[in-house]
Structures are given as C-alpha cells and as structure tokens.
Ligand binder design. Structure first.
Ligand SMILES: Cc1ncc(COP(=O)(O)O)c(C=O)c1O
Length: 381
C-alpha cells in the first residue's frame, strides 16, 4: 500500500522493501521558489532532464507547474514527449534540439527545440518554411563549454545574416557555464563576456544563461531567465559553503542480518576490511545495482538516528555491510532502517565520500527502492 500522504511505486511495499526512497515535493517547490525570488525579475525555469535527476519527472514537474513554473528543459526529444503528456500547457525546451528528420515531432507536440548548430538552424528553418507557420526555437551559443551550441565561426555567419534567426524562429539565445560551481574560476567571467559579445552581434533577444550555481554568481549571470536543475533537488549550488537549498531526498536501507565478528576475520568480497577486536556487522539490502556506488566501499556511511555507522568492506550488488559494533543491539536489528542519504549525510556528503558529484548520486538512484512522495507540492505555502 502506498504510504500516506504521498504515494509510491506500486511494485513495492514499505514493509517488504529493502530500502525506502522518500522524495519531498514540498522541498522541491520551496527550492524553486527560493531561486525564483532570488533571480527576479528574471524568470526561473526548471531543468527536469534525466527523469528530474532521478527523482521522477512525472511527480516533480507537475508539482513545479502547479507552483507556477511555466518553462521546463529536458535533454532529449523522448523526454519532451513524456513531459508533454503530463503538462499540456507548459513550454518544453529540448536541449539537444532536433535530430535529423524529427522536426515534425517538435511541431506536433509543441516542443521548443534548442538549436545548437548552423545545420540544425537550417533544417529547422526549411521545416518551418515548408510548414508555412512559425514555431519558436532557442539558439545555444557555445561560450566555452565546447559541447553543444554554435561555435564562434558559426555564430559569425549568423551575425552577418540576421535573416537566419528569423527564418528559424529564434526567440531567445542561451549559453551554459562550465565552471559555475567554482566562483573564482576565470572561465566564468570569460564566458560572460563572450556571451555579451554574442548577444551584441545579434538583434536584441531574451537571454538564458545561469544553471543552479550560476544563479549564485550574481545578476550579471542571470539574463532574462535561469535554468536550475540540481539545486531544485537539494544539491548544494555553492560548494564549500552552507547549502541554501532544502533537502529533498531521504534514502533508508533496511538491515537484513546482523552478525558478530572477531579479529582476524574479514568482511565482504576481496576481504578488504579486517575486523579489529570483536564487533557487529549489519548487512543492509542496498547495493551497486541500486545505484549505491561501488566507490563507497570502505568509504560511505549510514546513520541510525544520529549515530554514524561506516560502510566496511566492498559494496556488492544487493548488499552493503556496516559496522554497528558501537550501537546497542536493540537499535540495530534486522528490520532497522539506516539513513544512507538523510539529514546527517545529505546527497553532497555521500557524493564526496564516493569521489563523485551529487548529480551522479541522484541520477543513479535505483529502481528497486520503494518510492514515497511526500508533500502536496505546495512547498508549504
Ligand atoms: C544546458 C543546461 N542548462 C542547465 C542545466 C542545469 O544545471 P544544474 O543542474 O547545474 O543546475 C544543465 C545541466 O546539466 C544543462 O545542461
């Protein structure tokens, strides 16, 4: 049965599941409102690609739309199609733009393509001319990421022939920061200047520039609209400083077995942890098949209440082992839930222990978890 007041994956039950993933929609909405208020009068969109960073676009996007978010970004056409069936009215922008021969899909489903090259601009313009009706597009200018977007030589062609913008229905221009999470990095200012020059070479068009961390670089990076992703989901947009965002995710793994161990015994595959003295090891039903990364072997930790319990030994496919020697037996029994992401070990702390970033921890969250969505999406308003 779903857990009130949210609901969950119908395949699992919070009583039988090996782990429970709780996603607080009120916190997502509160985070979006916080960013919106910070950037106003610029508009605040929401990046919900990769299934809203693993948290479930099907729940997150409607909650944000109900809170007043009207513009959503996804990476792929198929993500746009899935979102359109949930949000009939929203603006849905597809960052990869049209793949060759897919222009009609954009038109049919009112998806807004982000055009990343002269080639995409040309195909989209030809499609619009044949269709005989305009449709808006975004234009991505590469200012230093060198991944997507018009490189300088292609921008020069457009700058010399503004008719190309009109033919492709370009309604706004955007760019993406490479180092926004490092405020002191010189590339931030370089990209800002390159973007300003690019805009100056084009007719006046609304601009979209900042991601989550870019928002905290200040208004010079906001443009007319911002595109936060990870901060909506509780990731810290200001690494090294207190996280201004509300936590969204809690992951609780369940202890399935506890055993007494004695030196010189070892724990897990590869015998990578050597027990010192006597102790107790709790085995929890979460593993790398659930996105609990193998790099957390002998590095991650859980919390039972406010007591830290370190991961000892290797993360295996379905299981991890935690040292609970210092805990009373009654607080670490089979059935006990251990916070693997929670108030004491938020996403970014888990990421640091794993040697990665919060984005990867979130987008790897597994399909076997019993998912519970809490909050009504009003963000407590
Ligand atoms: C073009 C673009 N804009 C915005 C974002 C959102 O970035 P963040 O999650 O850092 O806020 C992304 C994410 O990768 C992106 O690719």
């Amino acid at each position: 049965m779903p857990d009130s007041p949210g609901d969950a994956c119908p395949m699992t039950d919070s009583r039988t599941a090996g782990a429970i993933l709780t996603i607080d929609l009120d916190s997502v909405v509160a985070n979006w409102r916080q960013l919106r208020d910070r950037v106003g009068p610029a508009a605040c969109a929401a990046v919900v690609k990769a299934d809203a960073y693993g948290l479930g676009a099907g729940r997150v996007a409607p909650a944000l739309a109900a809170a007043g978010c009207t513009r959503f970004f996804v990476a792929l056409i198929d993500e746009g199609l899935a979102l359109r069936s949930l949000l009939p009215e929203a603006e849905i922008h597809v960052l990869c733009g049209p793949l060759p021969g897919t222009e009609d899909v954009f038109a049919e489903h009112r998806l807004t393509p982000v055009l990343n090259s002269l080639e995409q601009m040309g195909s989209w313009a030809r499609f619009l001319a044949a269709r005989g009706a305009p449709l808006a597009a975004g234009l991505h200018v590469d200012t230093g990421m060198r991944r997507l977007g018009l490189p300088p030589d292609e921008l020069a062609v457009v700058a010399a022939d503004h008719g190309r913008l009109e033919a492709a229905g370009v309604a706004y221009v955007m760019s993406h920061l490479a180092c926004a999470d490092e405020p002191e990095h010189p590339l931030n200012e370089e990209q800002r200047l390159v973007f300003a020059d690019a805009r100056a070479a084009l007719p006046p068009l609304p601009a979209s520039f900042a991601n989550s961390s870019g928002i905290f670089l200040g208004p010079a990076f906001h443009g007319d609209s911002v595109r936060p992703g990870v901060a909506l989901y509780g990731g810290n947009p200001c690494p090294g400083h207190p996280n201004p965002m509300a936590q969204v995710v809690r992951l609780q793994g369940r202890i399935v077995q506890v055993r007494d161990v004695d030196s010189p015994q070892t724990v897990g595959y590869g015998a990578t942890h050597q027990v010192a003295g006597t102790g107790r090891i709790a085995t929890v039903a979460v593993g790398y098949a659930d996105g609990y990364l193998r790099s957390l072997s002998n590095a991650g930790s859980g919390y039972i209440g406010d007591r830290r319990v370190p991961v000892v030994g290797r993360v295996s496919m379905d299981l991890i082992t935690l040292d609970v020697s210092h805990l009373a037996e009654e607080s670490s029994r089979p059935g006990t839930l251990v916070d693997l992401i929670g108030p004491h070990n938020p996403v970014d702390a888990v990421a640091e222990a794993a040697g990665t970033i919060g984005y990867e921890i979130l987008t790897a969250l597994g399909r076997r978890y019993h998912r519970v969505y809490t909050g009504d999406g009003t963000g407590g308003a």
